[in-house]
Design a protein around this ligand. Structure first.
Ligand code: RB5
Length: 146
């Protein structure tokens, strides 16, 4: 798969490790920044990753900030994006299985790099369960009508 990756300054120290890990799983990575330790604004990178997915340049996205929360709030403003924060292997699995998330968000200040690698692998390898499609369609409807 093609995976769009983005982070802010809170994720910069683990960025290289996460990108290498994603590549080691056999995926191609589109690096959407940031590229320095300088303080920056997470919505900029959430938007770049989201646009890659909406334009079909990428299949899925990974967004890392301090908590994962700001990235998810920003990415979810883009129509067609379902960005979800995970905090365990189980939640990484469930955001794919139940929520059909197309972006996984995680908090670099609240998890180890090894844990986040495990969550990324789980997210990328877990398929959506079609029995949840009715709820996903309702989310899309909310997006279209509001
Ligand atoms: C940056 O200090 C921090 O606010 C950001 O990384 C993120 O956690 C926001 O949700």
């Amino acid at each position: 798969m093609k995976i769009a990756f983005g982070c802010d300054h809170a994720g910069i120290d683990i960025k290289d490790k996460l990108i290498s890990f994603i590549k080691s799983l056999g995926h191609e990575v589109i690096d959407c920044g940031t590229n320095s330790k300088d303080s920056c604004d997470y919505p900029d990178f959430a938007l770049k990753v989201s646009q890659n997915i909406i334009s079909k340049s990428a299949d899925k996205g990974i967004l890392i900030c301090g908590t994962g929360i700001g990235m998810s709030i920003a990415a979810n403003k883009v129509k067609g994006i379902r960005a979800a924060v995970c905090w365990s292997k189980e939640t990484a699995q469930l955001i794919a299985q139940h929520n059909n998330a197309n972006i996984m968000c995680a908090g670099a200040r609240f998890a180890s790099p090894d844990d986040i690698c495990l969550w990324i692998k789980t997210f990328l390898e877990t398929e959506f369960e079609q029995r949840h499609i009715k709820r996903i369609n309702k989310i899309t409807q909310i997006e279209q009508q509001n």
